[in-house]
Design a protein around this ligand. Structure first.
Ligand SMILES: O=P(O)(O)OC[C@H]1O[C@H](OP(=O)(O)OP(=O)(O)O)[C@H](O)[C@@H]1O
Ligand SMILES: Nc1ncnc2[nH]cnc12
Length: 184
């Protein structure tokens, strides 16, 4: 069910946040139920509540930088970084970052992809929060974990707005360092 949250109804509940994410069947391929977060992002109260809840988890955890994964992870990562008062590092699809990069190819729920990060984006020992909108098979975030660890970053946690628990993506990620706000 899709919920429109209006000013009179106050702050959205966890169920409201789940309900406002739209299911789109057979996108981008037959058999995939795509979790469309645009419906949540365009609702001011839902967007704010989601970032507030994620942000509160990391306030006081001495995060040095947030890493956001292109493209939807940029939205979550940037808003979180702003809330925590730290910088945001962009992990991008190939050929988009202008300076020297590390890169990693990985499997997706619906194909394969490559991600890149600037070689000088993270200094050894920095406390890094990884952020994305959704954890599915875990391939994307596992690739990011690999690159950040290769650079000497100290991963505090991999955080997601939502998680498709039936795909067990967290198995590919560092044990005890995975957090999702909403589970499907
Ligand atoms: O856990 P996984 O199976 O790796 O899947 C999760 C990833 O898939 C989606 O990104 P997508 O590659 O579709 O790119 P987009 O954000 O540019 O739409 C999503 O935003 C995650 O980054
Ligand atoms: N089912 C899904 N919905 C939205 N984004 C995804 N990324 C990988 N699987 C996805």
């Amino acid at each position: 069910m899709q919920t429109i949250i209006d000013a009179e109804r106050g702050t959205p509940s966890m169920n409201d946040l789940k309900d406002i994410i739209r299911d789109v069947p057979d996108f981008p391929k037959k058999g995939i139920i795509f979790k469309d977060i645009t419906t949540l992002l365009q609702d001011a109260r839902s967007f704010q509540k989601m970032i507030d809840l994620l942000g509160h988890r990391y306030i006081g955890q001495k995060i040095d930088k947030v890493v956001g994964v292109e493209a939807r992870g940029f939205i979550i990562g940037s808003a979180l970084a702003y809330k925590l008062g730290v910088g945001v590092v962009l992990v991008r699809k190939p050929g988009k970052l202008p300076s020297e990069t590390f890169s990693k190819t990985y499997d997706l729920e619906y194909g394969t992809d490559t991600l890149e990060i600037h070689k000088d984006a993270i200094k050894p020992g920095e406390r890094i929060l990884l952020a994305d909108d959704l954890l599915a098979t875990g391939g994307t975030m596992a690739a990011v974990v690999d690159m950040v660890e290769q650079m000497g970053g100290n991963i505090v946690e991999c955080c997601f707005m939502s998680e498709l628990t039936f795909l067990d993506g967290r198995k590919k990620l560092p044990e005890g360092k995975v957090y999702s706000l909403l589970q499907f």
